[in-house]
Design a protein around this ligand. Structure first.
Ligand SMILES: NC(=O)c1ccc[n+]([C@@H]2O[C@H](COP(=O)([O-])OP(=O)(O)OC[C@H]3O[C@@H](n4cnc5c(N)ncnc54)[C@H](O)[C@@H]3O)[C@@H](O)[C@H]2O)c1
Length: 462
């Protein structure tokens, strides 16, 4: 029998909503709070405002059986008062100087404090940092909760609380799978009782005892990493910085492959079989983007600077990534020469497949640069098109890949959606200017098949 916790999740975005839905799914009673009333209204009506496979079904199922609820900022007081555990899952965007902007986290921490000021409770409230926050933020949250308590005043003793760091590692597009079958759960806290309570909360996932339709179960049990607050916070940044560096590394190798006449796909396959290296995150191309890697690497570099430490490897990781965007343009210029007046189709706009997330998407940067060079840029994405059109004024968005390709001098594969990987190449060639140029920014198409269809193929490092 699962011990049922009353859980509040503050911030119902990608992470908060997935966390809330999964905790409800494994047997807890969850209320998600978001300051965006429109988002709350949609969720309460059973509509999920973000694209994440399987999420809407899970939200609706748990809302119907009375384990998942939604409320706006006005409901925060009641949620905190009733909760055993409150997750902070608000966004921590990149500040102007590269550091993580913690203003949303701070506002939530203070609000929690104001509730604790006048609400005696049997057990201390667990406040869990799920947002990605720099080392030291656990203590910062404690301080702000105390400030909230002091500012609210109130008679009697304030309620006790404990802060826990529980970084999130889900991948958008695979978020439910990653939350229910994670590679590990990381918990950092200074309090043993807080760690024990968190272990109980996650027990169905740790022991893999919740029901699932997947047969065989992908995991037998899930490792739990229990550590101090600072180490837990650092694990998240180190993981993302490592993955970003791995991609930049293969991109550096890919550029060298182009110079020496080697094929980076074969090189990646050859090194990836080494168990110490592993095959993943070795895809050369336009580089990394998204809601996490850019801001997390920037935040880690910013922390390094605070300590007067020069993070040379992280600086290079970013520099290589910047250069990859530019290489798309060089490849187009190499074959088309001037880009002024040329029609360029961008295939895939979201920062990766199976998500509508456009934060720091390479497509937007490439579209902006092409626009400034006088090209006519047409973009296609199965999900993120409308949002991309709003974000990138120089980009004309269409909703069919072949419409994007019609009359195009060149096409750039930016996001390897299934619709893009399975493009009818003959049809593409017949629609494009002759001979159409295909720049494969994800090395995802078969060069021989592209050439056989009558197109010119340019990959990265092949
Ligand atoms: N998206 C990912 O793939 C991912 C993966 C791992 C970790 N993270 C981290 O998780 C955190 C959340 O990221 P996200 O992608 O879910 O962000 P998001 O922008 O999708 O969602 C954040 C939500 O918080 C709400 N919010 C902000 N301030 C609030 C407040 N004061 N009160 C109530 N609601 C508030 C916003 O309205 C929004 O709905 C970030 O720190 C991010 O770095 C994200």
């Amino acid at each position: 029998m699962v011990e049922e916790f009353k859980v509040g999740v503050i911030g119902a975005g990608y992470v908060g909503l997935v966390t809330g839905a999964c905790l409800a799914q494994i047997g807890h009673r969850v209320t998600c709070v978001d300051r965006d009333e429109d988002r709350v209204a949609q969720l309460s009506a059973g509509r999920v405002p973000i694209y994440e496979p399987g999420l809407e079904e899970m939200v609706v199922r748990n809302a119907r059986r009375g384990t998942l609820f939604f409320t706006g900022p006005g409901g925060l007081r009641e949620v905190v008062r009733a909760a055993d555990v409150v997750f902070i899952a608000v966004d921590t965007p990149q500040g102007e100087d590269g550091s993580a902007d913690l203003s949303n986290v701070a506002a939530v921490a203070k609000s929690i404090g104001s509730v604790l000021a006048a609400a005696p409770r049997e057990k201390p409230l667990l406040i869990v940092n799920k947002s990605t926050v720099p080392v030291g933020s656990g203590d910062y949250v404690s301080m702000l909760v105390c400030d909230g308590i002091d500012e609210a005043g109130g008679a009697g003793e304030p309620a006790e609380f404990r802060v826990v760091s529980n970084p999130e590692f889900l991948r958008e597009g695979n978020a439910l799978y990653d939350s229910l079958f994670p590679d590990r759960i990381v918990l950092g806290a200074d309090s043993r009782e807080a760690l024990e309570a968190m272990r109980s909360l996650y027990d169905p996932i740790i022991a893999q005892s919740f029901p699932t339709d997947l047969d065989p179960r992908p995991k037998v049990s899930v490792p739990l990493v229990v550590t101090d607050l600072a180490s837990a916070e650092m694990i998240k940044y180190a993981a993302n910085a490592f993955l970003a560096t791995k991609i930049s590394f293969i991109n550096e190798v890919s550029n060298l492959c182009e110079l020496v006449g080697a094929d980076v796909a074969n090189v990646a396959a050859g090194i990836g079989l080494d168990e110490r290296i592993g095959p993943r995150f070795l895809g050369a191309g336009v580089g990394w983007g998204g809601s996490c890697f850019p801001k997390d690497v920037a935040a880690l570099r910013s922390v390094a600077r605070e300590y007067d430490y020069e993070p040379v490897l992280l600086d290079a990781t970013v520099a290589v990534n910047e250069r990859q965007r530019r290489r798309v343009i060089s490849k187009l210029q190499h074959d088309l020469h001037t880009l002024k007046g040329k029609r360029i189709a961008l295939l895939g706009l979201a920062f990766k497949p199976n998500t509508d997330d456009l934060r720091e998407a390479p497509s937007l940067r490439i579209a902006g640069e092409l626009d400034s060079l006088g090209a006519r840029v047409v973009g296609y994405d199965p999900v993120a098109g409308k949002a991309a059109a709003r974000l990138s004024p120089g980009l004309r968005v269409v909703f069919d890949p072949y419409e994007a390709l019609a009359g195009a001098h060149a096409a750039v594969v930016v996001t390897e959606w299934e619709e893009v990987r399975n493009l009818d190449l003959e049809r593409a060639a017949s629609l494009m200017d002759d001979p159409g140029l295909l720049v494969d920014g994800r090395n995802t198409l078969d060069p021989d098949a592209v050439r056989a269809a009558g197109l010119l193929y340019r990959g990265f490092g092949r």
